[in-house]
Design a binder for this molecule. Structure first.
Ligand SMILES: *Cc1c(COP(=O)(O)O)cnc(C)c1O
Ligand code: SF4
Length: 361
């Protein structure tokens, strides 16, 4: 499905291993049992599959509970759906004025120039929309998307997502940065990407340079990296992050809280510390969305809050993301921060559980 994309790339394609894209390839690689193949073919009819060599290298095939495999290797559990799940859990469709744009909040829009990804995360909230090369905006559609923003001076920020926008070749990215730089009311251009983890070899000097605005531009370009487990910050991923940081791009991260992957304070602490060490500021910890066939990844909000509560105090403040829920249907994101303040009794609870009157009595 992404063949077109790699041919579009301006980089000469190095001799490298290919991504795994079919149940047969996963069986051959020893990542799934041969007898699960017929069921996984049904999963493959509904959603795209891809594991890059970088991701395959992070997996221990001998570990049946491997936290990286769980994120990318399809599972029979995906065939089960529960009534509250949706094809479009956060209501992108309802808030899309033109192809490739989602406008939910007054001051910012999402721009989705491309709908393919280097990997297909099994918990993805857009899992029924991604993986389709037809979702890539044509030149005319991109013009229309930018014209929409151009006509709306209240839009201060463009959040580029997809799919994974860093799948675009550097010349297309540089063109986007330059065009957005000419929209005088747009102050911030933010890219969301899984590439630094999933295909770090794409973070070339050319790509980092393409994201960097012109020296005389007032546009700020931010990059938010999707990472869920400390093991994802491999030496190659760290090198890519360094390259982005050294290009002067402020780095954020997004993590999805996932059962069996990172649902403990210990794992999240290790992940957030590793991100901060690599100059990435943890931004959001997402409660998993109600995408179809993802019940096996979800924990309760109460469980999530208990984990987040444990992080407070034991982990530096700059490594604490905001725990958020994207309200099903499209009403937007809200913080799920656990409460430390009990207004009724005029009491705050510290991170060790100690109680304090406020104001002090
Ligand atoms: C998540 C999202 C954003 C960005 O929200 P922030 O809270 O600014 O990170 C913007 N638009 C839409 C439609 C979104 O879903
Ligand atoms: S990289 Fe992002 S958009 Fe693509 S499958 Fe993973 S979570 Fe979904």
């Amino acid at each position: 499905m992404t063949r077109e994309i790699s041919e579009m790339s301006s980089e000469p394609d190095p001799i490298r291993r290919r991504s795994l894209r079919t149940p047969a390839e996963l069986v051959a690689a020893g990542l799934v049992a041969a007898d699960s193949r017929p069921a996984l073919e049904r999963v493959a009819e509904r959603t795209a599959i891809a594991l890059t060599p970088a991701v395959v290298d992070l997996i221990d095939p001998a570990d049946p509970h491997d936290p990286v495999a769980r994120q990318f290797v399809p599972s029979i559990a995906e065939l089960a759906t529960v009534p509250e799940e949706r094809a479009d859990p956060i209501g992108d469709e309802a808030y899309s004025p033109v192809k490739g744009v989602v406008h939910r909040y007054p001051d910012r829009v999402l721009l989705k120039p491309i709908m393919v990804c280097p990997v297909y995360c099994r918990f993805c909230f857009r899992r029924e929309a991604v993986g389709d090369a037809d979702g890539t905006l044509s030149a005319a559609e991109m013009d229309e998307a930018l014209a929409y923003v151009s006509g709306r001076p209240e839009v201060r920020e463009i959040v580029v997502t997809g799919g994974d926008p860093l799948m675009l070749p550097p010349n297309r990215l540089a063109d986007l940065v330059a065009r957005v730089g000419r929209l005088r009311h747009v102050e911030v251009l933010r890219f969301h990407s899984r590439i630094p983890v999933a295909e770090p070899e794409r973070i070339t000097p050319a790509l980092a340079g393409a994201l960097k605005p012109a020296p005389d531009s007032d546009l700020a370009v931010w990059v938010s990296v999707h990472a869920n487990h400390p093991r994802e910050l491999s030496p190659a991923a760290r090198k890519g992050l360094r390259r982005l940081a050294e290009a002067g791009l402020p780095l954020l991260s997004q993590t999805v809280l996932l059962k069996g992957v990172n649902d403990s304070a210990e794992v999240l602490e290790e992940l957030f510390r590793a991100l901060v060490r690599n100059r990435v500021r943890p931004y959001y910890l997402h409660h998993p969305d109600l995408a179809r066939g993802t019940a096996h990844f979800r924990l309760s909000i109460a469980e999530g809050q208990e984990i987040v509560r444990q992080l407070r105090g034991r982990l530096t403040g700059i490594a604490q993301p905001t725990y958020v829920l994207d309200i099903p249907g499209g009403a937007g994101k809200v913080p799920l921060t656990p409460q430390f303040w009990d207004g009724e009794n005029g009491e705050v609870t510290d991170w060790r559980g100690g109680k304090h009157a406020y104001p002090p009595r």
